[in-house]
Design a binder for this molecule. Structure first.
Ligand code: NAD
Length: 480
C-alpha cells in the first residue's frame, strides 16, 4: 500500500487537499512508494498562525522545560532508531548502516546537544565602563527552517533543534525528494504530546511551500540548507524585508594530499571522503590534489580501491554505495561525466550508469568515478557535481596546491593530509574554506562553527552560533 504523508499544522496531521499529492520514489528501484502533500501558501499561513499562537507559552517556558521536551523527542527517536534508519535508507537510497550508525544517531545527538545548549546559553554582562550592562538573548518568534534531501533527518534536526531550544516556534519544510523521516518525526512529536503549534512541518515543493515561507511576513528568520542557486534567491527575498537569513550552500571541496601524508588508512579515508553517501554530502572532497612525487602511487592505489567499492541495494548490509537520490540528479551527474570527457578528462574508473541486477535494476546507480587530466579552471573542477565523481590533479608545491584549492567560487570545506604540522597550519590558514580538517575528514564537534565562505554560504551553524542566529540581542544599561 502506498504510504500517504501528512502536514503537521498545530495539533493536527492534515492530509493533502483533494488531488494535491506529490510522488515519492525509492531511489534504489525508481518506483513510487509514497505520496507527499503538495502544500501551498495557505498551508504555510495556517502553520505560521499555529506557531504564533504557541509562541508566548513556549518562549516563556523555563529553559529546563524546553530542554526537557527536546530530550523527550530525542528519547522517542532513539527508541525507534531502527524504523527511522530503514525509512531513511529507503527514502534517500543511502546504505542502511550509514543511516543506522551515523545519520539517525546524529539526529538524536542534534536534539540532545541543543537541549543542553538551551540551559547553558547565558546572558553576558559588563560593568565598570558605563553603568551595568547586560545583554538579553531573546527568541525571534516564528522561524522557517528549509532543509535538503542529502542528509534528510540529520539536517532537519540540525535546524529545528537550536530554533526550538532558543525559544522560537518553527515552521519547517523538508525536501520534497525525501520527506518521510521528517513526517515520522512530526508523528513522534504528536505521540509524545509535544506542545501543539511549536513545531509545524509543511511538506511540498520548494517554489511553492519554501517560497511562501520565505515571503511570509510573520516569519522572522530563514535557516536554509541547499543549493547556491536557491540560496541566492532566498537571500534576495530576505533582503527586501530585512529578514534574518542563514545559508548553508554548495561546495567543491579540495582534498590536499602532500607526499609526506601518513599512509596508514590514507587510501580508505580518501575514498570515503569522495564517495560516502554516493558523494552526496556537501562536505565530500570532490577535487583530490596530490603532490606530484606521490601522484602516480596514490592515484593507482585509489583507483584500485574504488573499483572494489560494493555498489548495490542500500538495504543490503554489505553495500558500500547506493544509488543517487532521484532521476533528475542521476541525469545531472551523468551529464557532468560527459562534460568531463568533452573537456578532455580521462576516466580512470566508473564513468557510467551501473544498476545492479534484480530488485534494483531500475535504480539510479552511477559507478564511482575517478577522472584525471583536467585543469583547475575547467567546469568539471569548478562546478558542484554532488555525486560519486572525484577528479585528480597533481601539484608541485604548497603555493600551487593552494592556488588550485582556492580556484572555485565555493569555500565550504577542505582537508589536508601531511605529517608536517607547521605546513598544515600554514596551508589551513590560507585555504578559502569555513571548515578545514587535518589528517581526518568529517570529524565533528557540534560546538564548533559550521558553514562556508564565498558562494558556500552566509553565517554559521553549530553550538553558540546557531543559538545566536535564532535570537536577537538586547542590551540593557543601568546607571548605578
Ligand atoms: P535545493 O536548493 O534544490 O533544495 C533545498 C531545499 O530548498 C528543499 O527543501 C527545496 O524544496 C527548497 N527550495 C527549492 N526552491 C526553493 C525556493 N524558491 N524557495 C524556498 N525553498 C526552496 O537543494 P537540494 O538539491 O535539496 O540539496 C543539494 C544541495 O544542498 C547541494 O548544493 C549541496 O551542496 C547543498 N548542501 C549544503 C550543505 C551545507 O551545509 N552547506 C549541506 C547539505 C547540502
Amino acid at each position: 500500500m502506498t504510504l500517504r504523508l501528512t502536514q503537521l499544522i498545530g495539533a493536527h496531521a492534515r492530509p493533502a487537499k483533494s488531488e494535491g499529492w506529490l510522488d515519492v520514489h525509492e531511489p534504489a528501484t525508481g518506483a513510487r512508494y509514497a505520496l507527499c502533500p503538495d502544500g501551498d501558501a495557505d498551508d504555510v499561513a495556517a502553520a505560521v498562525e499555529a506557531a504564533q499562537a504557541a509562541f508566548p507559552a513556549w518562549s516563556a517556558l523555563p529553559t529546563s522545560e524546553r530542554a526537557h521536551w527536546l530530550h523527550r523527542l530525542a528519547d522517542a527517536l532513539q527508541s525507534k532508531l531502527e524504523d527511522f534508519a530503514q525509512a531513511e535508507s529507503r527514502d534517500a537510497g543511502k546504505p542502511l548502516p550509514l543511516a543506522r550508525e551515523v545519520e539517525i544517531p546524529r539526529a538524536v545527538a542534534n536534539l540532545r546537544f541543543f537541549a543542553a545548549a538551551a540551559t547553558q546559553f547565558a546572558s553576558e554582562s559588563h560593568h565598570g565602563q558605563a553603568g551595568l550592562n547586560y545583554t538579553l538573548r531573546q527568541p525571534l518568534g516564528v522561524v522557517g527552517c528549509i532543509s535538503p534531501w542529502n542528509l534528510p533527518l540529520y539536517l532537519f534536526t540540525w535546524k529545528i533543534a537550536p530554533a526550538l531550544a532558543a525559544g522560537n516556534c518553527v515552521v519547517a519544510k523538508p525536501s520534497e525528494v525525501t520527506p518521510v523521516t521528517a513526517w515520522m518525526l512530526g508523528e513522534l512529536a504528536r505521540d509524545i504530546g509535544f506542545p501543539p503549534g511549536v513545531l509545524n512541518i509543511v511538506q511540498g515543493l520548494g517554489p511553492k511551500v519554501g517560497q511562501a515561507l520565505v515571503d511570509h511576513p510573520g516569519i522572522k528568520a530563514i535557516s536554509f540548507t541547499g543549493s547556491t542557486a536557491v540560496g541566492l534567491r532566498i537571500a534576495a527575498t530576505c533582503a527586501a524585508s530585512l529578514k534574518k537569513v542563514s545559508l548553508e550552500l554548495g561546495g567543491k571541496n579540495p582534498t590536499l594530499v602532500f607526499a609526506d601524508a601518513p599512509r596508514t588508512g590514507l587510501i580508505d579515508q580518501l575514498a570515503r571522503s569522495a564517495f560516502q553517501n554516493s558523494g552526496q554530502i556537501c562536505l565530500c572532497g570532490s577535487r583530490l590534489l596530490i603532490e606530484r612525487s606521490a601522484y602516480a602511487d596514490i592515484r593507482d592505489e585509489l583507483v584500485a580501491r574504488v573499483k572494489h567499492l560494493r555498489l548495490g541495494d542500500p538495504l543490503d548490509a554489505a553495500t558500500q554505495q547506493g544509488p543517487l537520490v532521484s532521476q533528475a540528479h542521476y541525469d545531472k551527474v551523468l551529464g557532468h561525466i560527459e562534460l568531463a570527457r568533452a573537456e578532455g578528462g580521462s576516466v580512470l574508473c566508473g564513468g557510467h550508469a551501473a544498476p545492479p541486477a534484480g530488485r534494483c535494476e531500475n535504480g539510479w546507480f552511477v559507478a564511482p568515478t575517478v577522472i584525471e587530466n583536467l585543469g583547475p579552471y575547467t567546469r568539471t573542477n569548478t562546478e558542484e557535481i554532488f555525486g560519486p565523481v572525484v577528479t585528480l590533479q597533481p601539484f608541485d608545491d604548497e603555493d600551487e596546491a593552494l592556488a588550485f584549492a582556492n580556484a572555485t567560487p565555493y569555500g565550504l570545506a577542505a582537508s589536508i593530509w601531511t605529517s608536517d604540522l607547521r605546513r598544515a597550519h600554514r596551508v589551513a590558514e590560507r585555504l578559502e574554506a569555513g571548515i578545514v580538517w587535518v589528517n581526518t575528514w568529517l570529524e565533528r564537534d557540534l560546538r564548533t562553527p559550521f558553514g562556508g565562505m564565498k558562494q558556500s554560504g552566509l553565517g554559521r551553524e553549530g553550538g553558540l552560533d546557531a543559538m545566536r542566529f535564532f535570537t536577537d540581542s538586547k542590551n540593557i544599561c543601568i546607571n548605578l
